[in-house]
Design a protein around this ligand. Structure first.
Ligand SMILES: [Ca+2]
Ligand SMILES: [Ca+2]
Ligand SMILES: [Ca+2]
Ligand SMILES: [Ca+2]
Length: 645
C-alpha cells in the first residue's frame, strides 16, 4: 500500500497551463503513481464459441416396478420414448434425444444428436418440459466453480479484485466470475468497452481483447501536432506514441504515462491465460479511443470520441463498427460540467451507453468535470481497508467508490517512446473508474440492452457501506458505498429469475482441547452454485482468532476450563447461509463414551434418504472421539491441535 498524498495533477495542470493559450480548456489524466514493475511473459489465447448438447430431464414418478426404474436400461427406454414423442410433434426437428447418464432414479441427462446454441437448447428444454411424462427439463449448464484465475499476478498482486473477506476494500470479483451466462463464463464476452484515454500499446496480455479504435486528437494549430505527438491529426490508429513532455511552459515536464494501457488492462486484460494480470471484464472487447496526448487533451475531442464510441455520427470520421455500451473516462478538469460534455453524455446515454468517469485526485470536496455531469457514474477511490483514499475527490454527484491504491495492470517500460511490455501498480481515481466500467460490462453480458439507469441502480443497490469509522461513513457525498461486483451480478441474475443458493456449513463435532493447549480447526461450507464462502463469527473465546476468509479458528492457549459456543454464519458474498453453533470444550476429562455403532452405508440408488450421510457422520464422530481419547490419556505431552477440512 502506498502512503501519503498524491500529486494534484489537475490542479498543477491548471496552474501550469494558465499562461498557455492552448491549454486552459485542456483535460488531463489523473496522474499515475508507479510502485513496481515486472517483465512480460508468454501469452496464449482462450477458447471461443459454445455449442451444447445436454439436457437434464426429470421424469414424473410412475407406478411401476421399483427395480426396473432404477436400471440404466429403464432410464434409456424412458428417454427413447420421450424422443419418439418429440419427433412426432410438428416442431420436433431438434428433439432427437439419447440417454447419456443418470442423476437420480427419475432424473437423467439426455443428449441431442447435434450440438445446439444455448438459445436452441433452452427452447428444446421448454418443449421437453411440456411432455406429460416430464416434471421439468433444463439445460445442463457448465459450471465454473471456485474460479481462481491462473494469471500469476492475480493471486500475488491484484488485491482489488478479491473477495470482501480477503480485503475490506476489494471489489469482490471471484464469485461473479464463477457464474456462467448462456454457457459462457461471466467475463464481459460480447460487450465492448470504450477506453477514452492516451491510446494503447499492443501488450501481450491485452491485445487479444482490443478491437480497432480511433485517434481523435486534432492538430493544435496548422501543422502543429504537439498534443497528438504522432505527426498527424485524427487517424485510424489509437496506438499510444507516448505523452512525455519536455516543455515546462506547456505543462509539467513528465515521462510518458501509458495511462490508456493501464486503464484498458484494468477493464479487460486477457484473463485465465497463465500470463500476468486479469481484467475485471477479461472477455470484453476494448475499444481504444485516443483523446489524451502531451499535456492532456481537449473537451471537444473527448466529446466527439464519446459520441463516436456509442455509434453516433461524427462528420469526417468513419462510423464505429464496434459500438461501445460502456465508456470509461479516467480524466477531468475543474469547473462545472461544460455544455459540450453534457450534450455528449446525454446523447450517448440515449443510445444506451453507460458513461463511467473518475472524480479526480485533488483531495477536494468537489468532483471534476465530466464526472459532475448529469447521467454519468462518477467514481471515487478507496484503499484496501475501504477507507476513502486521501487523494480522491468526493463531493456532490459522486456515485460510488472503487479500489484505487496499488492497482496492478498492464504497462510499458518506455520513458518517452514505447519500450517493452510491463506490469505496474498505480494509484488514483483513474484506476478506480475502469473497475466500475468492467463490472458494468459483466451486467451488460447478463442482460444485453440493460439501460444506463438500471445499471446504475444495480451498482448503487449492491454497494457495500463505507466501513464504520472511516471518513465517508457518515457523509452523504461519497457515493453509495464500495463497488461490489458479485452483489451487483447476483441482484441482476435474481431479477432475471436465477436464484443464488446460500452456502451451507459442514457440521463439526464438539472441539475438545486440554487447558493451556492449542486448538485449531477449519470451518468449511459448500455452495450449490460453486461459490467460495467466507464466514461471520461471533462468541469467539477470549484469546482466539478467527479468519473469516479461510474459516480457520486458532486458539494458541485454550483456557480457562469451560464450554464455549462459537457461532458462525457462512456467506458467498451475496447471500448469508444458516448460522451454526460450534461447541468448544476446554476440559481435562474428555467424555468417554462407547464407540458408536457404525452402519455400513447403503449404496445402490444414491437417493435413499439420509441413511448414508448419517453413517458417515457417525463414522467421523467415532474417529474423532478415538483421536481425542488417545491424546487425553498419557499422551498429554503433546498439545492438541486439530485441523479439519
Ligand atoms: Ca493522429
Ligand atoms: Ca494515431
Ligand atoms: Ca492475463
Ligand atoms: Ca451461492
Amino acid at each position: 500500500m502506498l502512503a501519503g498524498r498524491f500529486p494534484h495533477f489537475l490542479t498543477a495542470l491548471m496552474l501550469a497551463c494558465a499562461a498557455s493559450p492552448l491549454a486552459w480548456a485542456q483535460t488531463g489524466p489523473s496522474k499515475p503513481v508507479r510502485s513496481s514493475s515486472l517483465t512480460q511473459q508468454r501469452a496464449q489465447q482462450p477458447g471461443s464459441a459454445v455449442r451444447m448438447d445436454r439436457l437434464i430431464v426429470k421424469f414424473r414418478d410412475e407406478v411401476t416396478d421399483k427395480v426396473s426404474t432404477q436400471s440404466v436400461t429403464a432410464a434409456a427406454d424412458r428417454v427413447a420414448a420421450l424422443s419418439a414423442r418429440l419427433a412426432a410433434r410438428p416442431a420436433g426437428g431438434l428433439g432427437a434425444l439419447s440417454y447419456l447418464k443418470s442423476v437420480s432414479v427419475h432424473t437423467h441427462v439426455a443428449r441431442t444428436h447435434q450440438p445446439l446454441s444455448h438459445a436452441e437448447l433452452s427452447a428444446l428444454a421448454q418443449t421437453v418440459a411440456q411432455d406429460p411424462s416430464v416434471e421439468y427439463a433444463e439445460v445442463d449448464e457448465r459450471v465454473f466453480p471456485h474460479f481462481v484465475p491462473n494469471d500469476p499476478l492475480y493471486t500475488a498482486q491484484q488485491w482489488n479484485l478479491t473477495s470482501a473477506a480477503s480485503h475490506a476494500g476489494a471489489a469482490n470479483l471471484p464469485n461473479a466470475w464463477g457464474r456462467s451466462v448462456a454457457g459462457l463464463p461471466l467475463n464481459g464476452a460480447g460487450v465492448t468497452v470504450a477506453v477514452l484515454d492516451t491510446g494503447y500499446r499492443s501488450h501481450a496480455d491485452l491485445v487479444a481483447n482490443i478491437v480497432p479504435g480511433y485517434d481523435f486528437i486534432t492538430q493544435d494549430g496548422f501543422n502543429n501536432f504537439f498534443t497528438a505527438n504522432d505527426g498527424d491529426g485524427r487517424d485510424t490508429s489509437a496506438l499510444d506514441p507516448g505523452d512525455w513532455n519536455t516543455l515546462a511552459a506547456e505543462c509539467d515536464v513528465e515521462n510518458s504515462s501509458w495511462h490508456g494501457t493501464h486503464a484498458a488492462g484494468i477493464v479487460g486484460a486477457v484473463g485465465n491465460n497463465n500470463l500476468g494480470v486479469i481484467g475485471v471484464a477479461y472477455g470484453a472487447s476494448i475499444l481504444p479511443v485516443r483523446v489524451l496526448g502531451v499535456c492532456g487533451g481537449f473537451t471537444s475531442d473527448t466529446a466527439a470520441a464519446m459520441q463516436w464510441s456509442a455509434g453516433l455520427t461524427v462528420p469526417g470520421v468513419p462510423v464505429n463498427p464496434h459500438v461501445a455500451k460502456v465508456i470509461n473516462m479516467s480524466f477531468g478538469r475543474s469547473g462545472a460540467c461544460s455544455p459540450t460534455y453534457q450534450a455528449a453524455i446525454t446523447a450517448v446515454r440515449a443510445m444506451g451507453s453507460v458513461v463511467v468517469v473518475s472524480t479526480g485526485n485533488e483531495s477536494a470536496r468537489t468532483i471534476t468535470q465530466p464526472s459532475n455531469c448529469t447521467g454519468v457514474i462518477a467514481v471515487t477511490a478507496h484503499t484496501t481497508t475501504g477507507a476513502s483514499a486521501d487523494y480522491a475527490n468526493i463531493g456532490v454527484g459522486t456515485t460510488i467508490s472503487a479500489p484505487g491504491n496499488s492497482i496492478f495492470t498492464t504497462g510499458n517500460t518506455g520513458s518517452t517512446v514505447p519500450g517493452a511490455d510491463s506490469y505496474d501498480a498505480y494509484s488514483g481515481t483513474s484506476f478506480a473508474a475502469p473497475q466500475v466500467a468492467g463490472v458494468v460490462a459483466l451486467l451488460m453480458q447478463i442482460k444485453p440492452g440493460i439501460t444506463p439507469a438500471e445499471v446504475q441502480a444495480h451498482l448503487v443497490n449492491a454497494a457495500r457501506a463505507h466501513p464504520p469509522g472511516t471518513y465517508c461513513a457518515t457523509r452523504t457525498d461519497c457515493g453509495a458505498g464500495l463497488l461490489d461486483a458479485f452483489k451487483a451480478v447476483y441482484t441482476l441474475l435474481q431479477a432475471q429469475g436465477i436464484a443464488n443458493a446460500a452456502p451451507v456449513i459442514r457440521a463439526l463435532p464438539t472441539q475438545y482441547v486440554l487447558p493451556g493447549a492449542a486448538l485449531q480447526f477449519t470451518v468449511t461450507a459448500s455452495d450449490a452454485d460453486g461459490d467460495d464462502a467466507s464466514f461471520v463469527g461471533s462468541g469467539l473465546p477470549s484469546g482466539a482468532t478467527f479468519n473469516s476468509s479461510t474459516g480457520v479458528l486458532t486458539w494458541s492457549k485454550a483456557q480457562p476450563v469451560g464450554d464455549y459456543s462459537f457461532v458462525v454464519q457462512p456467506t458467498d458474498g451475496a447471500t448469508l447461509g444458516a448460522s451454526v453453533t460450534i461447541k468448544i470444550s476446554v476440559t481435562n476429562t474428555v467424555p468417554v463414551e462407547p464407540p458408536p455403532v457404525v452402519t455400513p452405508p447403503v449404496t445402490p440408488s444414491g437417493s435413499g434418504g439420509g441413511g448414508t450421510l448419517d453413517g458417515m457422520d457417525l463414522l467421523a464422530a467415532g474417529l474423532l472421539l478415538l483421536a481425542v481419547r488417545g491424546r487425553a490419556a498419557p499422551a498429554r505431552r503433546r498439545a492438541s491441535q486439530r485441523h479439519q477440512q
